[in-house]
Design a protein around this ligand. Structure first.
Ligand code: FAD
Length: 429
């Protein structure tokens, strides 16, 4: 092989940066990933607690996340071994349940809605009517608007909103239904329910996120000759005549021909303040996700791998015993802003364990709980939000990250797509 084509710096070892780096090293480029944390993965990583690997937040993927699934397969990982694939099932505790039927899309959803338990006929037909309307519009709105406004205009009954549209909005966009982008929500509906019946499948990790994604990507990058520098924070990027210099802990590192900034927007702003890109970044707001891990005795099993709640603080509970073999461990998710942010983590853990006990009266006393609060888990995916393109106005400088331009909210798939787009731009340059 001849000399490497390009010398590329990827700033940020989250999933976006790693997906870009992996594609670029495979093409023979000289790539260095700079990551400020002691581990890769960013917002999709595992932490060790009481001898177990816990994710910084339970993640759910969808069958429509083709680039994610392709990337993981390309690393030689058997998808069936690392994921549990379930036909879309919304099992909302003591209110309603919906299961996609084994039919071609969109009949899988339409028959699922027709046979949904807990909804009146009026509610089922309202949901079907709305879905047919958006499908006829090709899932495109003339103008983006808050999802709740769109649902109200289409006379979606309050219980249907509370039990189905709102939990789906929180799970997918992590933004209140009052402000969430209806267009991005429709994009997710389109990709999940309008093409292949398997696109709406829920894909639940059977391993922790570092084992599943970040570590294999890191190994792949090194195997193809790339370099990864952990615990290395880039403070500033300086444009030179031939490319870019990176400033790291007061020192200037080697010059790079191309730079991908794959950090979240607030970090991107701080390291690129001298460049035009800073002006291209509007101010993003953020939404939290709290995960409460609760350890019960090892013989405890929830009725299914994933259960939704619509009454209290808890929104979804995942049985990590059934998913990852972490017997008796339950992960409870609380998305977006809410009252839970105003109480102590101790009080939150107690409130959530009480809610679980009242939902499942046979649950024994828990052994411990651990709250993981990700205060900037995702950007607020609000109606009309302008997101920057991966290509900046500075030649050879690119932006990767779940917040950059794209059809998706802050997701693994959005992050991977953005990284692959940056890599593609560089390969074409
Ligand atoms: C609790 C939680 C639950 C989630 N649930 C889901 C889900 O169910 N499904 C789903 O698809 N998505 C989910 N997400 C979103 C998903 O994890 C993110 O969209 C994705 O991980 C973002 O990846 P990224 O590479 O764009 O950004 P990040 O992961 O934020 O990566 C940026 C990286 O840059 C590093 N960095 C920052 N500044 C510097 C610097 N100056 N120098 C060097 N390195 C720097 C950071 O340390 C970080 O590692 C969830 C996120 C959270 C937090």
């Amino acid at each position: 092989m001849g000399a490497p084509l390009r010398k590329i710096a990827v700033i940020g070892g989250g999933i976006a940066g790693l997906s870009a780096a992996s594609k670029l090293v495979r093409d023979g480029n000289d790539v260095t990933v700079f990551e400020s944390a002691p581990q890769l993965g960013g917002r999709a990583r595992a932490i060790t607690w009481k001898g177990q690997q816990l994710d910084n937040g339970q993640h759910i993927l969808l069958g429509a996340y083709h680039q994610t699934l392709n990337l993981i397969s390309s690393l030689g990982i058997n998808l069936d071994a690392v994921f549990l694939r379930l036909p879309l099932t919304l099992q909302m505790q003591s209110s309603f349940s919906l299961k996609a039927k084994p039919l071609p899309a969109p009949l899988n959803l339409l028959f699922g809605l027709l046979l949904a338990k807990g909804l009146s006929w009026g509610e089922r037909l309202a949901a079907i009517r709305f879905f047919i309307w958006v499908r006829n519009k090709d899932f495109k709105l003339v103008k983006d608007e808050p999802l709740l406004d769109l649902l109200n205009r289409h006379r979606q009954p309050p219980r249907l909103i509370k039990w189905m549209w709102e939990p789906l909005c929180l799970a997918a966009l992590n933004t209140s239904i009052k402000t969430a982008s209806a267009q991005i929500y429709l994009n997710v509906l389109r990709d999940s329910f309008n093409q292949n019946k398997n696109d709406s499948d829920l894909i639940l990790p059977r391993a922790d996120l570092s084992t599943l994604l970040a570590n294999p990507l890191g190994i792949d990058i090194i195997k193809h000759g790339g370099e990864i520098k952990l615990k290395t924070t880039v403070d500033n990027i300086v444009k030179t005549d031939h490319g870019f210099n990176l400033c790291i802990e007061g020192k200037t590192d080697l010059e790079f021909s191309h730079v991908i900034i794959a950090t979240s927007p607030h970090h991107t702003l701080s390291i690129s303040h001298a460049l035009d890109v800073a002006r291209e970044l509007n101010s993003f707001d953020y939404q939290p996700i709290y995960t409460v891990y609760i350890q019960y005795p090892s013989d405890v099993k929830l009725p299914s791998e994933m259960i939704g709640f619509t009454k209290g603080i808890a929104q979804w509970a995942f049985d990590r015993g059934q998913l990852c073999g972490q017997r008796g461990l339950v992960a409870v998710i609380i998305s977006a802003e809410g009252h839970h942010q105003k109480i102590t983590q101790e009080a939150l853990g107690e409130a959530v364990t009480d809610e679980l006990r009242s939902a499942f009266p046979n649950l024994p006393k828990h052994e411990w709980f651990k709250v993981i609060a990700e205060k900037r888990a995702t950007f607020s995916c609000t109606a009309g939000l302008k997101r920057p393109s991966q290509k900046t106005s500075t030649p050879n400088l690119y932006l990767a990250g779940d917040y950059t331009e794209g059809d998706y909210p802050a997701t693994i798939e959005g992050a991977i797509r953005s990284g692959q787009t940056c890599a593609q731009f560089i390969l074409q340059s």
